[in-house]
Design a protein around this ligand. Structure first.
Ligand code: SF4
Length: 339
């Protein structure tokens, strides 16, 4: 490991200022992904700016509009078990607890969860080319072992997936990301935060240079009556999703008035398709309608060989998760939905 300088910032302005002044400076909160990337020689910071001591970024509070604000430096575990989140946004709590291990969730920050990088094996192996690590060098995953890789929104440059569980729920809940940077503060829709790879796969998101995530806002409506998060993976503990689905709905009797469905493990960002969500509005909550919506979500899906199985798997996962969202009791640990 190279020598590096360690600095602490007590407030956001100082953190941004330090990041501008110091060469090759990285913000660090939990460090659960950055340290991995460093050990694998993918990232090599010269300066670490510790943002854990910015007190305003650690809290979970109620906003004036009735929604809640998740501090970017609050830990994933503290967020998942926070009474406001458990009571009002059970989808988010469930998605966070489906991710990583208890130890990692205790360290990982909310902001860091949004900024984690792909787990593509070739990206972490600096002996091989990778367009995301070294732009223009190539993508060995396209013709190599690509079981974990994307089936939607891919490009000739990159077929990596974004690995977060938490972010799939945040996408379904219409969260907003609050940013601070050298040019001031701004807020962007969650679905606009992450990018598809296109011809710039080295860019994972739409952060501008020097910007810091300060918090994440959730709207008041938390869909606690009808929600479900389903994660399908190779082993039940500590594995990234092959496919995950977050579903929230508003129902009147058995008629869907609002539906949102976000997928994880299938693309370079959490995947939502407005056409499919609109299709479900004012329709009966039936397997047939969920199956038709799944078809719209997966329109254009394309495998790369080893991951072809994800297409039928994702279809079944969407249908099953929508049916589970009809019955909140199916969310209890150990419950088996009747689907
Ligand atoms: Fe690199 Fe993306 Fe190809 Fe993986 S899929 S090797 S991250 S360019």
């Amino acid at each position: 490991m190279n020598n590096f300088e360690y600095l602490q910032a007590k407030d956001t302005v100082t953190a941004i200022d330090l990041q501008q002044k110091e060469e090759n400076a990285f913000f660090i909160a939990g460090g659960t992904n950055l340290i991995d990337l460093w050990k694998y020689n993918v990232s090599n910071p010269s300066t670490l700016i510790d943002i854990n001591h910015i007190s305003t970024n650690q809290k979970i509070t109620i906003n004036l509009d009735g929604g809640i604000r998740l501090g970017a430096a609050a830990r994933n575990a503290d967020t998942a078990y926070h009474p406001l989140v458990e009571e009002r946004y059970p989808l988010l709590s469930k998605a966070i607890l489906a991710g990583a291990s208890a130890q990692i969730r205790n360290m990982a920050s909310n902001g860091g969860n949004l900024l984690q990088r792909t787990r593509c094996y070739y990206f972490y192996d600096h002996q091989v080319p990778c367009n995301k690590r070294i732009p223009g060098s190539g993508c060995p995953a396209k013709t190599g072992y690509n079981r974990m890789h994307a089936i939607l929104g891919t490009s000739d440059s990159c077929i990596a997936v974004f690995p977060s569980d938490m972010c799939v729920a945040l996408a379904a809940l219409d969260a907003r990301v609050n940013l601070s940077g050298p040019e001031g503060e701004r807020s962007i829709d969650f679905t606009g935060f992450h990018r598809l790879p296109g011809d710039r796969p080295e860019l994972d998101n739409n952060l501008k240079a020097g910007e810091l995530i300060t918090s994440i806002d959730l709207p008041e409506k938390g869909f606690k009556e009808n929600y479900s998060y389903l994660k399908l993976r190779d082993r039940h503990s500590y594995a990234f999703a092959l496919v995950s689905v977050a579903t929230v709905m508003t129902l009147e009797e058995n008629i869907i008035r609002e539906a949102r469905i976000a997928l994880g493990g299938v693309a370079h960002k959490p995947w939502r398709v407005k056409e499919a969500e609109d299709f479900l509005v004012n329709k009966a909550a039936t397997r047939e309608n969920f199956s038709a919506a799944a078809g719209l979500i997966l329109k254009g899906a394309k495998g790369s060989g080893n991951n072809d199985f994800k297409i039928p798997l994702a279809k079944k996962a969407i249908i099953r998760n929508c049916l589970m969202a009809l019955d909140p009791s199916s969310q209890q640990p150990g419950a088996q939905p009747s689907v």
